[in-house]
Design a protein around this ligand. Structure first.
Ligand code: GAP
Length: 465
């Protein structure tokens, strides 16, 4: 990423069709975002890349796609009903609402505030003379716990019997299917179960574009093992997690590991390390790697009454497996890919914006561009386009000047452009030979003449390099 601001990315995303503000024609809905034509390709490519990396290319991980709506007892068992909450305080003067713990942390630090009782939040805010960030007064109401889960109701009446939650993490859809997967996929420990899907959290402070939203997608693996093996497996998953981002094309200089201290650990975790990215506003979490012990499976045993034990056929020992969880934010990974790909350079004295995505995640792999709209050229270009699009996501574009079309392809990060010019159709333009096209590389701007009959092979080679 060259020094870029979030505003530049937000504006490019809208202009080029990566990401639009949600419900825009109705004035929007705060902090909702819709992926546009190239954005959805990018996001789907990120998900495919993740699935190939964590599932297809491993023989110890299988996938599931569980329902978003689950039995509400799941969230009692997981601890989300009682623990997934933030202490909120209302300013009595301006009526604005804030996270009491965050206001205290800003002044006193995380350590000092960790584990503070709900009843102590407001007295401490007053004692420390912490002002409302909106109106500057120190006039706080009593702090209240605010659960981050979205509630909805199932069926036609809205009574508490029918109250259910939108899942706040995909992980529980994996835990509740542990036995089904064990019985059907016949996996032996250690093995993982992966899932990609939407999660919902009624975040109090969403923001920074798609970094923190109330509806987002997660890509999670629950990797099950015997307790004695977790210390050996954790570093292996740590290495794989880092490698995932490197292979995705993220500059490792913009990544770092950060271990949670005791105060920060989630209610289920004994060890968590995050991979963070250097966002324009500072370091922020991209992925968490949590050792969850056998907390979740044990809780589900307790609440469901079903045994979730595993039988080790070698030792004849029965136990509830432990679990390590690499949990990735999909939208955050896409945002990272966008920020990291953004580059500016100069071509013929003009500024060029170019998105240097790794070919595997580039929304469009090849653009086919006839030099003019002359029928012979467009016909030949369409033939070439049809040949290429059987293999890759391609775009055909005959509008505007060739310079403008190159600029658009650079801004959506298309690695290769194929230009069909007069030489291609046998008219001497002093540039290219008959039955040859010009292949232009996005990053180096190198242009080479390639015979049409060899084009597919050359493009394949360049995209896999
Ligand atoms: N199952 C574990 C879990 O959900 P988490 O750290 O709360 O752990 C995992 O979330 C990942 O999901 C984070 O690293 C982040 O990338 C993403 N994520 C969490 N909350 C998010 C939000 N409000 N908006 C976008 N992504 C979010």
């Amino acid at each position: 990423m060259s020094a870029t601001s979030l505003d530049q990315i937000v504006s490019l995303c809208k202009q080029r069709g990566f990401i639009f503000p949600g419900s825009e024609i109705y004035g929007g809905l705060a902090n909702t975002w819709d992926y546009g034509p190239v954005g959805v390709e990018l996001k789907n490519n990120v998900k495919k890349f993740w699935w190939d990396f964590w599932v297809t290319n491993r023989d110890d991980v299988v996938g599931v796609d569980a329902a978003i709506l689950m039995n509400p007892r799941v969230w009692e068992a997981s601890g989300h009903v009682s623990n997934f909450a933030d202490p909120l305080v209302d300013c009595k003067a301006c009526k604005k609402r804030h996270r009491g713990d965050k206001l205290l942390e800003e002044k006193l630090g995380v350590e000092e505030v960790a584990g503070i009782a709900l009843a102590d939040v407001t007295p401490r805010l007053i004692k420390e003379k912490i002002k409302c960030p909106d109106c500057g007064k120190v006039d706080w109401a009593e702090a209240k716990q605010f659960n981050l889960m979205f509630k909805t109701s199932q069926g036609v009446t809205e009574d508490s019997e029918r109250e259910i939650y939108m899942r706040p993490e995909t992980a529980q859809g994996i835990f509740v299917n542990f036995k089904n997967v064990l019985n059907s996929a016949r996996k032996r420990l250690p093995f993982g179960i992966a899932q990609i899907g939407k999660a919902f959290r009624n975040e109090i402070t969403p923001g920074n574009f798609t970094f923190r939203t109330r509806e987002f997608e997660q890509m999670e693996v629950e990797y099950f093992c015997a307790e004695k093996d977790w210390k050996k497996i954790y570093p292996e998953l740590e290495k794989a997690s880092w490698e995932f981002f490197e292979k995705l094309g993220i500059d490792p200089k913009n990544l770092r590991w950060r271990q949670h201290d005791d105060a920060e650990l989630s209610h289920y975790s004994a060890l968590t390390k995050d991979i963070e990215y250097k966002f324009p506003w500072g370091w922020g979490e991209l992925q968490g790697l949590a050792y969850r012990s056998n907390y979740d499976l044990k809780q589900h045993e307790k609440f469901s009454g079903e045994s979730l034990e595993y039988l080790d056929t070698e030792t004849n020992e029965k136990f509830v497996p432990h679990c390590i969880e690499p949990s990735f934010g999909c939208d955050r990974t896409v945002l990272t890919a966008l920020l990291d790909a953004y580059h500016e350079d100069e071509v013929n004295g003009e500024k060029r914006v170019v998105m240097k995505f790794a070919p595997a995640i580039a929304p469009i792999k090849v653009a086919v561009l006839p030099l003019s709209r002359k029928e012979q050229l467009t016909k030949k270009s369409r033939e070439i386009y049809d040949m290429l699009r059987a293999e890759f996501r391609c775009e055909y574009d005959e509008t505007q000047s060739i310079g403008k079309r190159y600029r658009r392809q650079d801004e959506i990060g298309t690695p290769l452009c194929v230009t069909v010019d007069f030489g291609t159709i046998g008219e001497d333009d002093g540039q290219s030979k008959k039955d040859h096209v010009t292949l232009r590389e996005r990053d180096s701007l190198k242009q080479e003449a390639v015979p049409i009959k060899k084009l597919l092979e050359v493009v394949k080679k360049k995209l896999s390099a």
